[in-house]
Design a protein around this ligand. Structure first.
Ligand code: AMP
Ligand code: MG
Length: 400
């Protein structure tokens, strides 16, 4: 099954979790808007000056003229009082435009002698004035449900006086690793053992999404231990495991998922990550990632993450790819969509170049660690010559 087909099935099956919560603005970054947010006020709230200079009546200024300055308006300190014909006020950027004034002249364009302000002709009504509501109007839609809140959105909401936001609750995700050979970092390593790394890498990636991740630790290759972990995990919104989904003698994950839940699909035409499995366990969506560390991260990023984003309620767009020239020949056999790891950069003459990070085995974590992008090599494509164009997917905030 091609990757796109697998993603389509996932996105078809995964619905946003129900349940909202109210969070203070300072905790809302990265969260998903649950109810439409309308603009509560006009921005700016009043007509104000866009310049440091002089507020004038444009009718006075049809020819060169000398006006009398009768007061001052500062940001936060409005001018109160009348302004008669032939008068002006000193006004600073952000200060409210008082009644009577309809234009601001830059201070660089006047000469001042005591209270006398002389300026040239050619003042237009409205010049250098920011109008109330010109940025945002009270009542207009700001964010629809499903919008992920970015740092600039936090600034925008704060500028409107909004202190709390109703966001989707964080889906609960169980994260587990499977394998008799795995040992937690920090412990001594006996013969035949390796350090557990998938759970650490996956947790680091998933932390950047609005999820509540519970780490279940290392589950040994024993059906009884897996059953026990699964019965707890079935209460979650999603379960992510790595290892044990291939065809080895100690690969029990698939068998027990079938026994306690169901498998919707298994095996995709991608490299790395072929044995990826998706199914259901109780209420939970089950993402069975392969054990090889690069495969686990690639399949999590390509398959579990879009599904998890949808589970959080986010309306996300498919990622944008770009085209670059490969600096080297790449060996590839037709049949699987290949996610090679590489470094994309601009050449001195401005071309976008990409180079792989060397050996591309599915256990070679440095190939991912040294990379800033994937070279996405089409399923049907064979060997690639240096100088050919390839599709590049720059790492997003989950991988960089
Ligand atoms: P499996 O899918 O269980 O056959 O595992 C494939 C390969 O990935 C084996 O070499 C495992 O030792 C390795 N592996 C499995 N799980 C992990 C893990 N959590 N951390 C690091 N390597 C792992
Ligand atoms: Mg294993």
């Amino acid at each position: 099954m091609p990757l796109a087909e697998g993603i389509r099935i996932l996105l078809d099956k995964v619905m946003a979790v129900s349940g909202n919560e109210l969070v203070p603005l300072a905790k809302a970054t990265g969260r998903i808007v649950a109810q439409a947010i309308d603009c509560p006020i006009n921005v700016p709230p009043a007509n104000n000056s866009a310049m440091d200079g002089y507020g004038v009546r444009s009718n006075d200024c049809n020819a060169a003229v000398t006006l009398t300055c009768v007061g001052e308006a500062l940001a936060g300190q409005p001018y109160v009082g009348a302004i008669e014909a032939g008068q002006c006020i000193r006004i600073m950027t952000g200060a409210i435009i008082p009644d009577g004034i309809d234009a601001v002249v830059m201070q660089e364009n006047v000469t001042r002698d005591q209270q006398q302000v002389t300026l040239n002709a050619g003042v237009k009504s409205g010049q250098n004035i920011r109008l109330a509501g010109e940025d945002l109007t009270s009542g207009q839609l700001l964010f629809e449900p499903g919008h992920r809140i970015k740092p600039a959105d936090i600034g925008l909401l704060a500028s409107l006086g909004i202190a709390t936001v109703t966001v989707k609750r964080k889906p609960k995700v169980a994260l587990l690793s499977n394998g008799d050979e795995l040992v937690e970092p920090g412990q001594p390593l006996a013969s035949g053992q390796i350090y557990e790394s998938n759970r650490y890498a996956l947790a680091a990636m998933l932390k950047r999404l609005p999820l509540d991740v519970d780490e279940f630790g290392i589950i040994p290759d024993q059906p009884q231990s897996i059953r026990q972990a699964f019965s707890t995990a079935s209460e979650y919104d999603a379960v992510i495991s790595s290892g044990g989904v291939s065809v080895g003698d100690a690969d029990y994950i698939k068998q027990i998922l079938e026994e306690m839940g169901q498998i919707d699909f298994w095996k995709l035409a991608i490299k790395p990550g072929k044995p990826f499995a998706y199914g259901r366990l109780g209420n939970a969506h089950y993402f069975g990632l392969p054990g090889n560390p690069v495969s686990a991260m690639v399949t999590c990023h390509q398959l579990a993450v879009p599904a998890l984003r949808q589970l959080t309620g986010e309306h996300s767009e498919p990622p944008l790819t770009i085209t670059a020239t490969t600096t080297e020949a790449i060996r590839k056999r037709p049949g699987r969509l290949d996610f090679q790891r590489g470094v994309a950069q601009r050449s001195e003459d401005g071309r976008l170049l990409v180079t792989t990070t060397g050996r591309q085995g599915s256990g070679i974590m440095s190939s991912l660690s040294n990379a800033n992008c994937f070279l996405v090599l089409e399923q049907e494509r064979g060997n690639i010559e240096a100088g050919e164009q390839v599709e590049v997917l720059l790492f997003d905030q989950l991988l960089s």
